[in-house]
Structures are given as structure tokens and as C-alpha cells.
Design a protein around this ligand. Structure first.
Ligand code: LLP
Length: 413
């Protein structure tokens, strides 16, 4: 469910016409619906309400401060992967003791900052990282809470670039190594083992691999407890997919049921790190047509947004639905929707049926651009990054301004 719909042949986000936003803010720009965001957060909370669960929003999916503020105000914690995400999350009001820190390469300054503010747990991804965390903790006279990220070698059946639970990837440690790490933690007084976890991938649309991973982690946690380790939680990571086109991802309720069935018998608190499912469908990327052209083989719709604004089609060959802001129930034309960047890979959609006769100045929008859109944007081709607008009922406000040309070279000497 989202709050993007047509009213009187015009595309709206909640009670604001996209055309009005384009006129006020310009294009390209990201438009987010606050109502959709709150609805998603609450739906996840309700789905897990029968069991002690702490959802930690994966900040990388959309790290705009205003989006984070909404999510944290509703009680979510944060899953972070860098110092930047730590500071952003704190700025946006997250409680430090609801932060988990993931990632295969945490620098010492990052570990130190996280320890100083008292995060809930480090998700440890290698043996050597344990020693680094222990050393920093000793130097600060603090105890670090750590959780072991296991690589269960389970195929999440998603795009290879976002598959993270196989031995061929850099993530987590195998169970035998995690056991050795648990024993090592016992010898290090500056560390406290509090959990185990995994994250097998992103945009997962089947419940089976997630249930299998939960079963494996639950077994592994029980094994650790039998060896005398006292755990507090199991962290099942993120990964729940959304509908971009015709996928049929499990509903949050089915996802919760599958995880809880495996985790409940352990009695351990459950952590989840949802990103995409929270923000993916809260946003669109609004663009304007610059021109059209034809080759002997193709028709192109050239718009002012590009791969630097939304890299997902170029990078993962992913599908984003493309619609016109003026609803036109007319004949269609098959076109490739592309940006102005000097790469053939700069496209938003191939062979799309769009209303015939689109011309310069017409507005289009890409759906499901709330996750991994703006947070992956760049300045490639010296293009200022697009602004972000948050709609709330009849009101809207710019929550990140458009970069200026001066912003592009501000840091250059
Ligand atoms: N936890 C960890 C440790 C992660 O690495 C990720 C995502 C998440 C949670 C959140 O996963 P989600 O619920 O959003 O699936 N740029 C790619 C997605 C990369 C995901 C990276 N890790 C895309 O646009 O599809």
C-alpha cells in the first residue's frame, strides 16, 4: 500500500499534485509520502508484536535525516555501517542503545565512536575484528557488546550483487569459526557476547530461505548456550523484498510468522534490520522530459533524471515502474527511458509502453524509488544531486535541497 494515486487524471502523493511539487522545486526530485512511511513502520511493529522484537532500520536504504527522524520517533532502532550513519542516526534522535553496527570493515575510529556513545551491539564479521574491538574497548575502559554474524551458506535467490549469505561472499563467518570466536570472547574481559545473527541478502521474495536461515541461527544459538554462553538476542538482518513489478514478496505478517516460528523456542529477543520494505515504496523520482529521438531500432525518451540519481536499473538491471504525471489513457508507444549521462548503461527502463506523443516539458515519475535511490546518488557527469521532498497530507517540504553548482566544487582545491 502506498499513497501515490491519480485524482482527476493527475498523479498525486497524498493530497499534493506531483505537478505542484515539480513547479515549486524543479526536477529531477525525489518525493516521499510520510503517511506511507508511518504505515510501513507500524505494520512491521504490529506483525512482530507477539514477541520481544527490536526492528533496527537499515539506514543505508534512505538516510535522509527527516526520514530517519520519522522512523526513530516511532520506536525503531538503527542498523548502521559507518561513522557517517552513526552520526546521522544520533542526529535524527535514535536511542544509542538501539543501534547495531554491521559491516565487514569497521575502522578503529569508527569502533571508538560507537563505543563512546554506547551502542547496543557490534555485529562482528571476522576474527581479527574481535581483537580490534577488544583493543579499542580496553583503551577506553569500556566493555563492548558483540554479536557474531554467521554466514549460513544459504542462497537467498536474489540478484548476485545483493546476495550476502553464501561462502563466495565476504560477509559473516562460518559456524565453526564463530564457535571459536565465542570461546575467544570469553578470554577477553573487554568483550561481552550478547547475540548471533545473519543477513543473507536483499530484495528476497521467498519466505523459505529466510525461514531456513532462522532455523540455522536458532540451532546455532542453542549450541552456544549449551557451551555456557549467555546470549540475549538473534539478529536476522534485513532483506524482505518489495513489489517493483510483478514480484509477490511475503507480507510482513507472513515474514514475521516464519521467523518467529523458529526463534520463539530459543526464548531470545529477535532483532531485524529492515531497509527496503520500510522505505522502498514511500518514494518516487519525478523527472521531466528533455527530448525524444529515434534510431532505426529504438525510440528514446530522454529525461532530466539519470543513473547518478537512481543507479538501480544500471547497476542491478532492476525494474522501476514508469508513469506519466498526466494520466493519459491513450495509445501507447514503446520507448526506452534514458537519462542524459554519457553511458549506454544510463537508462531507467527499456521497451516501456508510454503514452504516444510525449514531449519536452512533460512529467514522468519512477515508482519505488524510496530505497537505495537518493542514498546511492552521485555527482557523476558533474550533475548536482536531486532534492528530496516529504509530503505529509496537504503539505510538503524540501527535506534536502537541490545541490548548487558551487556545491559541486566546494571541496576542491
Ligand atoms: N542489514 C545488513 C547487514 C545489510 O547489509 C542490509 C543491506 C540490510 C540489513 C537491509 O537490507 P534490506 O532490508 O534493505 O533488503 N543497493 C541495493 C541493496 C543493497 C543492500 C545492502 N545491504 C539495491 O538497490 O537493491
Amino acid at each position: 500500500m502506498d499513497h501515490f494515486a491519480y485524482q482527476n487524471q493527475q498523479a498525486y502523493c497524498e493530497d499534493v499534485a506531483l505537478k505542484e511539487i515539480a513547479a515549486a522545486v524543479g526536477t529531477p526530485c525525489f518525493v516521499y509520502s510520510a503517511a506511507t512511511l508511518r504505515q510501513h513502520v507500524k505494520r512491521i511493529q504490529t506483525a512482530f508484536s507477539s514477541y520481544p522484537t527490536m526492528p533496527c532500520y537499515a539506514v543505508k536504504a534512505n538516510s535522509n535525516l527527516s526520514i530517519l527522524r520519522e522512523i526513530f520517533a516511532l520506536g525503531f532502532g538503527a542498523d548502521i555501517v559507518s561513522l557517517g550513519e552513526l552520526e546521522r542516526s544520533l542526529k535524527a534522535g535514535v536511542q544509542a542503545d538501539k543501534i547495531v553496527y554491521s559491516g565487514v570493515g569497521k575502522r578503529r575510529d569508527e569502533i571508538e565512536a560507537a563505543l563512546r556513545c554506547g551502542i547496543y551491539s557490534f555485529n562482528v564479521e571476522s576474527y581479527s575484528e574481535l581483537d580490534a574491538i577488544a583493543e579499542v574497548a580496553v583503551s577506553l575502559g569500556r566493555k563492548a557488546r558483540v554479536s557474531l554474524r554467521v554466514n549460513p551458506n544459504i542462497d537467498a535467490k536474489t540478484n548476485p550483487k545483493i546476495t550476502t549469505g553464501l561462502f563466495s561472499t565476504k560477509f559473516g563467518v562460518i559456524e565453526a569459526e564463530a564457535l571459536a570466536m565465542a570461546d575467544r570472547i570469553r578470554e577477553l574481559p573487554s568483550l561481552q557476547l550478547v547475540g548471533v545473527g545473519c543477513h543473507i541478502g536483499s530484495q528476497i521474495v521467498e519466505v523459505k530461505p529466510m525461514a531456513e536461515a532462522a532455523r540455522r541461527l536458532a540451532q546455532f544459538a542453542l549450541g552456544l548456550q549449551e557451551r555456557g554462553h549467555r546470549l540475549e538476542f538473534i539478529d536476522m538482518g534485513g532483506g524482505l523484498g518489495i513489489r517493483y513489478r510483478n514480484e509477490d514478496p511475503p507480507a510482513p505478517e507472513a515474514y514475521a510468522e516464519a521467523l518467529l516460528q523458529e526463534i520463539k523456542p530459543t526464548g531470545l529477543r529477535l532483532l531485524i534490520e529492515p531497509g527496503r520494505v520500510v522505505v522502498g515504496n514511500i518514494g518516487v523520482l519525478l523527472c521531466q522530459v528533455i527530448t525524444t529521438k529515434k534510431t532505426p531500432e529504438k525510440s528514446f525518451l530522454i529525461v532530466d533524471g539519470a543513473m547518478n540519481d537512481l543507479i538501480r536499473p544500471s547497476m542491478y538491471d532492476s525494474y522501476h515502474e514508469i508513469r506519466t504525471v498526466d494520466f493519459e489513457d491513450t495509445h501507447t508507444e514503446i520507448m526506452d527511458v534514458v537519462g542524459p549521462i554519457c553511458e549506454t548503461g544510463d537508462y531507467f527502463g527499456k521497451d516501456r509502453a508510454l503514452p504516444k506523443g510525449l514531449k519536452a516539458g512533460d512529467l514522468i515519475y519512477l515508482r519505488s524509488a524510496g530505497a537505495y535511490g537518493s542514498s546511492m546518488a552521485s555527482n557523476y557527469n558533474s550533475r548536482p544531486r536531486a532534492p528530496e521532498v516529504l509530503v505529509d497530507g496537504k503539505a510538503f517540504r524540501v527535506v534536502r535541497r537541490r545541490e548548487s553548482l558551487d556545491d559541486l566544487w566546494r571541496l576542491e582545491l
